[in-house]
Design a binder for this molecule. Structure first.
Ligand code: TYD
Ligand code: MG
Length: 454
């Protein structure tokens, strides 16, 4: 067998070098050179005879049919997967260390092993004894969960071909390595190569594969980000370890909608799915406190009511501070500028803090009115009625623009017991059913502030 050639490539600009360098001579970035495998010689295409699968064929001639799905037994996980695990699909589960990735997948493995058959759980991080301890804590005891403590990719693929599980979990792609690359496990080259090999194995064998990947605070390098375009489905855990809530969000899905979220609570006995997140997110809401609004967001296919909080206080240092948790920083800056210019609120000498309760992240334009409402409420020190819901997009000249899926939003609010909704005039005018909620349509920010603060 010929020796496999490798080279070093700058992950920032693509410069290649036969040996490792600390600094890329081309773009001057430090520590960006990573070992890569050189691609094999291009195939001889002369005389290429298309056979079998790769022949072009008319769309109508392909026998389709629905993809086969298996339920994981965890409703919230099925939801983010688009209705269950698809055969031969590769799902990447990303998130900070310690957020609950292994816990969720061992729970899913337990349910799947009961329903479908053998589940192979490959761990490069924990010994079988450690996994057993966790399983005991979760009251999981199954002969159909096969544990394998291994980090060598070639070994894993060989063993999997022997065991032939119905489902496979690879706990942390960062610990896996292939013999073909000399670089350390966790480097971009290793992570990408291992994932690509596992992916092609899953596609050939039809075994659905879950890959766990850690994300570091800095994000990109060697994190699962480099894998996003390879795999079929990308799920990320949001929320921090301080909160008991965990949000699992679909960032990409070839078999279902994206931006779908599953909400879990971390308890002594593992992760428990929360069927009605709106109630949970609003449960600790202070009554009649200034600076709090409730907005309705569409996350994937379901509406969720979320509390937004703002605190406006005089700046003690020269530069006013803007701090945002859970919402886009630039969006908040923009809305503060709209309030200043259009509504005449002097926020230039004020620190503004905006927070989304429950550790969830939202980036939907419909929360604009909620942010404006919370900031204005805190600035004027006038509370917003606890039974009032707001949503709508705000433009730069203070106009309020229509948002989608009004019916779903109102229906959810009515279920939770909201009495009034302040929403864009265009939406209000087209509304057919009000679901027992008093509707107030507003055209611009001035009208909105009048309506919400009275
Ligand atoms: P873990 O799933 O190992 O996180 P990850 O694989 O994402 O690194 O563990 C998550 C945390 O949850 C860990 O700090 C312990 C805690 N935990 C519970 O609170 N309850 C439980 O039942 C389990 C198994 C873990
Ligand atoms: Mg883990």
């Amino acid at each position: 067998m010929s020796k496999i050639k490798t080279f070093y490539q700058c992950q920032a600009c693509g410069y290649t070098s036969p040996k490792w360098l600390g600094k890329c001579p081309d773009c001057d970035a430090w520590n960006t050179l990573v070992e890569e495998k050189s691609s094999p010689k291009p195939l001889q295409t002369r005389g290429y005879n298309p056979t079998g699968r790769s022949r072009p064929q008319p769309l109508s001639a392909i026998s389709g049919g629905k993809e086969k799905r298996m339920s994981t037994g965890i409703n919230e996980l099925d939801r983010v997967l688009g209705g269950g695990v698809v055969e031969g699909s590769v799902v990447l589960v990303g998130g900070d260390p310690g957020i609950g990735k292994s816990t969720l997948l061992i729970q899913a493995a337990s349910n799947l092993s009961r329903e479908t058959g053998k589940v192979l759980y490959v761990s490069g991080e924990e010994s079988p004894e450690q996994i057993k301890l966790r399983a005991e804590r979760l009251s999981i005891d199954s002969a159909s969960i096969i544990l394998l403590s291994e980090t060598n990719l070639e070994g894993i693929i060989n063993i999997t071909s022997e065991v032939l599980p119905r489902i496979m979990v690879v706990d942390s792609i960062q610990t896996m390595f292939t013999e073909e690359l000399a670089s350390a496990p966790g480097s971009v080259g290793q992570v990408r190569e291992c994932a690509a090999r596992l992916m092609s194995f899953a596609k050939q064998s039809g075994i659905p594969l879950f890959i766990i990947g850690h994300v570091t605070k800095e994000g990109a390098i060697a994190g699962p980000r480099v894998l996003e375009h390879i795999v079929d489905t990308v799920l990320y855990f949001e929320g921090d370890r301080g909160h008991a809530f965990r949000v699992l969000r679909t960032v990409k899905n070839r078999f279902g909608p994206t931006n779908e979220i599953g909400v879990f609570e971390m308890t002594d006995s593992g992760l428990i799915g929360i069927e009605n997140p709106s109630e949970l997110f609003l449960s600790e809401r202070p009554q009649n406190a200034a600076g709090s609004t409730v907005v309705s967001c569409i996350e994937g296919t379901r509406p969720i009511l979320i509390e937004l909080q703002a605190l406006v206080s005089p700046t003690t240092f020269g530069m006013p501070r803007r701090t945002c948790i859970g919402v886009d920083f630039n969006r908040v800056n923009l809305l503060v500028a709209v309030l200043e210019k259009i509504a005449g609120m002097h926020l230039g000498g004020m620190d503004v803090f905006v927070n989304v309760v429950g550790g969830i992240k939202i980036n939907e334009p419909a929360v604009d009115l909620g942010i404006i409402g919370a900031v204005a409420s805190s600035f004027r020190e006038v509370p917003v009625n606890a039974k009032t819901l707001v949503f709508g997009e705000v433009g730069l000249s203070g106009e309020i623009r229509a948002v989608s899926q009004i019916d779903a939003r109102l229906k959810e609010a009515s279920k939770i017991g909201f009495k009034k909704a302040i929403l864009p005039m265009t939406n209000a005018a087209r509304l057919k059913d009000t679901y027992g909620i008093e509707i107030k349509g507003v055209k611009n920010v001035d009208e909105f502030i009048e309506a919400v603060l009275g």
